[in-house]
Design a protein around this ligand. Structure first.
Ligand code: AMP
Ligand code: MG
Length: 331
């Protein structure tokens, strides 16, 4: 199949709508990462997402909507608390999990009785969803287990020949996937993101739980799989121990492996004469750069040494992705 790449305009949105309503899948930008979308209500189309990505069928998708009213088409038992979250934090980089309506096909939710819903802030994403006129089921638009795509070029790298259309918009501002918040019982963060527990607690006026590893598999099936893995080996230091990182770098280089150190800008001074890839000056910038950095480094080097010791909640969300990207291979 030929994969078209089209800038977002009235004509390409029309084409995207046509494809979606014919049961095809389309990649589109959001502020977090690029998504691979299908009509939520079209089981056959949703199946194509799993096939194109090589995604395990027990890993549910997120239903994307352009307005709050559409949430009622997908979810029931929307509590007062859930409504507060919808009013105050959506649109944004937040996904809420609610009890699903029977109209949502089981393939979207991997047979769970809940549905994850997000209203993106990105005007490009909203234009696409609105043009289609149906809620859009979408996971990230990468091959399963690869770093999520934050540019249309990264989508093309993974899915060329497997999907008919990529809507080529801006590079993603946030760069890591949405915070997933379960609102079916006690509010619980299932996946950390750039919308923080602190922000959610401010809206709800109560503590939110953060998911313990013990129960993660049951409540958020997607969290169990290898994620965000570059195609070359990688290791992580979470203490910013520059001596330890330097030693590993030197060892790799003396074994003939071209290594790179991925860290915040301010640490680069400790690694003179070494290859460093900067994640920017702030932890928020690191969120924006992480996935594209992993994809760039795998093209140029043999081994990635990630070094990151976060101080902010946003930073811990980045660390969550880094830990998965190295397959828990800590230095
Ligand atoms: P992706 O957008 O590729 O990160 O995939 C969506 C993620 O959302 C999944 O991997 C799950 O972790 C989460 N998710 C989707 N639906 C549900 C649900 N009903 N309950 C809990 N988590 C969900
Ligand atoms: Mg994903």
């Amino acid at each position: 199949m030929e994969t078209k790449i089209e800038k977002i305009n009235a004509e390409s949105l029309n084409l995207a709508k046509k494809l979606i309503l014919e049961g095809e899948i389309v990649a589109f930008p959001t502020e977090t990462v690029y998504g691979l979308g299908a009509n939520v209500f079209d089981e056959k189309a949703v199946k194509k997402i799993f096939e194109a990505k090589g995604r395990p069928s027990d890993n549910p998708l997120i239903a994307h909507v352009a307005d709050a009213k559409t949430i009622e088409l997908l979810a029931c038992e929307i509590s007062k608390k859930a409504k507060k979250i919808i009013n105050k934090l959506m649109p944004g980089s937040l996904t809420i999990v609610l009890k699903k309506k029977t109209s949502v096909p089981d393939i979207v939710t991997a047979n769970l009785d809940t549905v994850a819903i997000r209203m993106p802030l990105s005007t490009e994403a909203r234009a696409f969803i609105s043009a289609c006129g149906v809620p859009i089921a979408a996971p990230s638009a990468n091959l399963s287990s690869r770093p999520s795509p934050t540019t249309y070029q990264a989508v093309f790298e993974d899915l060329n020949g497997k999907i008919p259309l990529i809507l080529a918009g801006h590079d993603c501002e946030v760069g890591i996937e949405s915070t997933v918040l379960d609102m079916t019982a006690e509010p619980t963060i299932l996946r950390p993101g750039i919308v923080t527990a602190e922000q959610i607690e401010k809206v709800l006026g109560e503590k939110v739980l953060t998911f313990s590893d013990k129960n993660r598999k049951v409540n958020s099936p997607g969290m169990r799989y290898r994620h965000y893995a570059p195609s070359i080996p990688a290791a992580l230091d979470t203490t910013c121990d520059v001596k330890k990182v330097s030693e590993l770098y030197d060892k790799l280089m003396s074994n003939g492996q071209k290594a790179v150190i991925l860290c915040l800008e301010q640490y680069s001074k400790f690694f003179e004469n070494k290859e460093v890839y900067s994640l920017g000056k702030t932890e928020k910038e690191a969120a924006n750069k992480l996935f594209s950095a992993l994809r760039e480094c795998e093209k140029k080097y043999d081994y990635i040494i990630e070094m990151f010791c976060p101080k902010t909640e946003e930073g811990f969300s980045v660390l969550n992705r880094m830990i998965k990207s190295v397959g828990e291979n800590f230095i």
